[in-house]
Design a protein around this ligand. Structure first.
Ligand SMILES: Nc1ncnc2c1ncn2[C@@H]1O[C@H](COP(=O)(O)OP(=O)(O)OP(=O)(O)O)[C@@H](O)[C@H]1O
Length: 602
């Protein structure tokens, strides 16, 4: 390190532990030696060149001075500062924000007091903040804006004010108990229990047992009259809404009839129907729609024409118009279109994807669908029907009631357990099914194209199924991770096809990261792949894993092995990524090892 840094660190230590003779003799902190020579107690440096101070860990050293942030932050590569279990008093100075690279700040178990500095929220790389068991008071700075935060331990202080609306889905450890916090607790998404909040008399709402008062208490003097004003204005608003609703219905009823007859003609004229037409437009009811919430009414005018039904007993004899008019519920509006849950007359429930902006010709689309229909794997959800005209492309799948992998990982209530063995099983099953699909559809160049955890659905046996296979040609999808690769663009014929499959490999790698970390992929500027890279580079590898997996005692070596596979998949250069086949082999061997160790244990 530079002399300037050495001097600053020595100064920091002098303030932390003033006039300590033992320190001067034995701790090695002096300007005449380099902090990276291994002799400075508690200091470690970058692994590559041993040039820059990365970590200062002085836990339980009975340090009784103060924290001089302005000097320690001169070591501007510092990522870890741990001063746990000492006797340090005074405040945490605003200058702490100069430690820009800080990922871990551990100050628990000292005598710190005063307000937390506002500048704390500028430590945007912070992952773990532990300042429990001190005398901190005042309100929290805007720490909720630190998007990569995993740990927030501030229990046993005198902090007050409200609890900020953290990104609770990404936090793994959270404790604000035994402070003076007050007001309603934000939605913790079922991630944390009452223990994390207890001992704050002013807090209310879930997960604590005391509910918050229903409305903010009105001013005392005019309590009754304000209540009445509120009540009457409520009646007036409801009345107005009802009137508006009736007016809208009247207007709507008139429109569809005129529009329908118009589109029927167009549809018949345009659709030459090389495939088996299920019905012609003659069956169309020109009367009222059966449901106000059909696909048609949800998004307006689709030209009725032929619907191609693959082998599905549930859909036998279904006409396109019936599909359009059945009660439908909008499940999601993705980048590539909208998805509806549709309840048919015969009781079957379908998921209908209405594709958006896909510049593929009708012939190509049909050919593609026929090809996909010919390849069947138990872990790939087959389309059961499709509709295609020049204006519209619809795909019909059976509705899967058990939710997606995304839901299971990020939205499951009360920590529904998803253990390591099951995660490994899901990873292996998906890799296996993709290997099969890639192999069978390689010649046609049809990859999945949009692989992500919302497209992995659990069927009624809770087996994972890849859905929406082949719905996206690569050109049409988000190219952010393709852009990095020049080879993708330059090599146009076979190279393009090759890369198309490598895009699935990338998507699969991100799914592996989600399984391992339990974190969201993209979350207000937070990028999972980038984050994992940064943590792994810092050799804090264990920190990336989902805490539920660590608590469960999942085998660390095998988790690291799976992480290595994931990192291979998300290599920025498509050519460096393994094929899905190679990945399936790697995952299977991890899974077999896991099973062997389970067997020997039992
Ligand atoms: N066949 C199905 N059965 C049940 N749920 C489904 C089915 N297909 C998709 N879903 C769920 O419906 C929601 C919306 O799906 P949609 O495909 O519109 O979203 P997306 O995958 O995030 O977006 P996109 O595929 O357009 O990028 C997702 O949560 C998805 O998991």
């Amino acid at each position: 390190e530079l002399l300037e840094v050495r001097e600053a660190l020595v100064q920091f230590m002098e303030k932390l532990s003033p006039g300590n003779a033992e320190r001067d003799q034995n701790w090695g902190w002096n300007t005449s030696s380099d902090p990276c020579n291994g002799k400075w107690v508690g200091v470690s440096c970058d692994d590559a060149k041993q040039q820059f101070v990365k970590r200062i860990v002085l836990e339980g050293f009975n340090l009784s001075g103060v924290l001089e942030a302005s000097s320690v932050c001169i070591a501007n590569s510092l990522t870890v500062l741990s001063l746990k279990g000492n006797n340090i008093a005074g405040i945490v100075p605003e200058d702490i924000s100069n430690c820009k690279q800080l990922t871990h700040l551990y100050l628990s178990g000292n005598r710190f007091s005063g307000n937390l500095p506002d500048s704390l929220s500028q430590l945007s790389n912070l992952k773990r903040l532990e300042i429990a068991n001190n005398n901190f008071s005042g309100e929290l700075p805007d720490v909720a804006r630190i998007s990569g935060l995993i740990t927030f331990y501030v229990e046993n202080n005198k902090l007050s004010g409200g609890i900020p609306d953290f990104d609770f889905l990404n936090l793994k450890d959270f404790n604000v108990s035994n402070n003076n916090f007050s007001g309603p607790i934000p939605d913790v998404k079922g991630r944390f229990s009452a223990d994390s909040f207890s001992g704050n008399p002013g807090l209310c709402g879930k997960p604590l047992s005391n509910a918050c008062p229903p409305t903010p208490p009105p001013e005392k003097k005019s309590k009754d009259s304000t209540n009445q004003v509120l009540l009457y204005s409520g009646y007036i608003i409801i009345g107005l809404l009802i009137l508006l609703f009736i007016a809208l219905r009247l207007v709507r009823k008139k429109k569809p009839n005129a529009k329908k007859t118009d589109t029927v003609k167009k549809g018949v004229a345009q659709d030459t129907g090389t495939n088996k037409p299920i019905s012609t437009s003659s069956g169309l009811k020109t009367g009222e729609n059966r449901s106000e919430y059909s696909i048609t009414s949800a998004e307006g005018g689709i030209a009725p024409s032929s619907l191609v039904v693959f082998s599905s007993p549930a859909l036998k004899g279904l006409r396109f118009e019936e599909l359009l008019q059945a009660p439908a519920e909008l499940l999601g509006k993705g980048k590539h279109g909208s998805l509806y849950k549709v309840m048919l007359d015969n009781g079957a429930i379908m998921a209908v994807k209405r594709l958006k902006d896909w510049g593929i010709s009708s012939e190509d689309f049909k050919r593609r669908m026929e090809k996909i229909d010919q390849v069947k794997h138990p872990n790939v959800l087959p389309p059961v029907a499709y509709y295609c005209s020049n204006q519209e492309k619809l795909l019909v799948y059976e509705y899967q009631p058990n939710g997606s992998l995304f839901k299971l990982l990020h939205e499951s209530q009360n920590g529904q357990s998803f253990d390591w063995g099951s995660r490994l099983g899901v990873a292996a099953a998906i890799a296996q099914s993709l290997t099969f699909m890639h192999d069978k559809l390689h010649e046609d160049g049809i990859a999945h194209g949009n692989l992500k955890s919302t497209n992995i659905l659990f069927n009624k046996n809770m087996d994972p199924c890849v859905s929406e296979y082949g719905l996206m040609e690569i050109e049409n999808q988000d190219q952010s991770f393709l852009a990095q690769s020049s080879s993708f663009k330059s090599d146009h014929s076979s190279g393009k096809m090759y890369s198309t499959f490598k895009v699935d490999v990338y998507g699969f790698g991100v799914i592996l990261l989600e399984l391992l970390t339990g974190k969201l992929v993209q979350n207000s500027g937070f990028d999972l792949a980038k984050w994992v890279h940064s943590v792994v580079r810092e050799e804090w590898t264990v920190e990336v894993f989902d805490r539920a997996l660590i608590l469960e005692g999942a085998n660390e070596e095998r988790m690291v092995n799976l992480l290595q596979v994931a990192l291979k998949c998300i290599n920025p250069s498509p050519n460096e990524r393994p094929t899905i086949n190679q990945i399936a082999v790697m995952i299977n061997s991890i899974k077999e090892e896991e099973e062997r160790s389970m067997d020997s244990e039992s």
